[in-house]
Write a protein that binds this ligand. Structure first.
Ligand code: 8X3
Length: 254
């Protein structure tokens, strides 16, 4: 039972939010970590914070840069090179606009990281799991993978793609003993809304006002639960909401 400590967990988007919380929970369980992100200083700080618990290697790259993804994965020192767990977490929302007014740069950014980046990282890592006939991939989707809401069409499309990729991956890897699952959180209070609204903190804070949103730790603990099931148990698909949220657009505010 528990997690195989010979292998390494590879977490994208580890410098903030759900990715960072997952790194913290995994570290406390003694799971060896490869932490990936775009921001070197944050990566170094996280490595300092977690090195007391486990071995940590950091990789600075942007998942949407195809060459950098493959180069980073190929650069792993031997001790960290056998990936047992891949947490495809990196992703963001940019803007919340009606489709006819959408910023095309925002669309590119969301599709490049949430969809293409996730594919690049998966393509770089899956062959070794297939060879070993062992591994576990978890995608961090969103309620936006299951529902579409006003002004969020492109973000929702990118997360629907994550859902489809997760399902397709489970089928293609079925013969190789690799577990594939997705967790789809609703409202989680992280830097998510600040990024979506480009630093407009008032607008970002309003998203969570009067609501006890999920915390990144809430989601990270569930991700650890998913990876620590006995090997024959695959949690394939999980929608996780705060109590105050009934659907993508129905929330109860105090
Ligand atoms: C983040 C949650 O509701 O803004 O993926 O889509 S939501």
């Amino acid at each position: 039972k528990g997690v195989d400590k010979d292998l390494t967990a590879f977490i994208t988007g580890a410098t903030s939010g759900i990715g960072r919380a997952t790194a913290q929970v995994f570290a406390r369980q003694g799971i060896r970590l490869v932490l990936c992100g775009r921001r070197q200083e944050r990566l170094e700080n996280l490595k300092l914070e977690l090195s007391g618990f486990t071995d940590v290697h950091v990789l600075q790259f942007d998942v949407s840069n195809r060459d950098d993804v493959f180069e980073a994965v190929n650069s792993l020192p031997e001790r960290f090179s056998e990936i047992g767990i891949l947490i495809n977490n990196a992703g963001n929302a940019h803007g919340l606009d009606p489709i006819q007014e959408g910023d095309v740069d925002d669309w590119d950014a969301m599709i490049d990281s949430n969809v293409k980046g996730l594919l690049y990282v998966s393509r770089a890592i899956l062959p070794q799991m297939v060879r070993r006939k062992r591994g576990h991939v978890i995608h961090v989707g969103s309620i936006a993978a299951k529902e579409v809401y006003a002004n969020g069409g492109v973000y929702c499309a990118s997360k629907h793609a994550v859902d489809a990729i997760s399902k397709g991956m489970r089928i293609d890897l079925n013969a190789y003993g690799i577990r594939v699952g997705a967790i789809h959180p609703g409202m989680v209070e992280t830097e998510f809304s600040r990024v979506r609204f480009k630093g407009d903190t008032e607008r970002a804070d309003a998203v969570y006002s009067g609501i006890e949103a999920l915390t990144a730790e809430d989601v990270a603990e569930i991700i650890y639960f998913m990876v620590s099931r006995p090997p024959h148990v695959n949690i394939a698909d999980l929608l996780v909401l705060p109590l105050a949220q009934a659907s993508a657009s129905v929330t109860h505010r105090e």
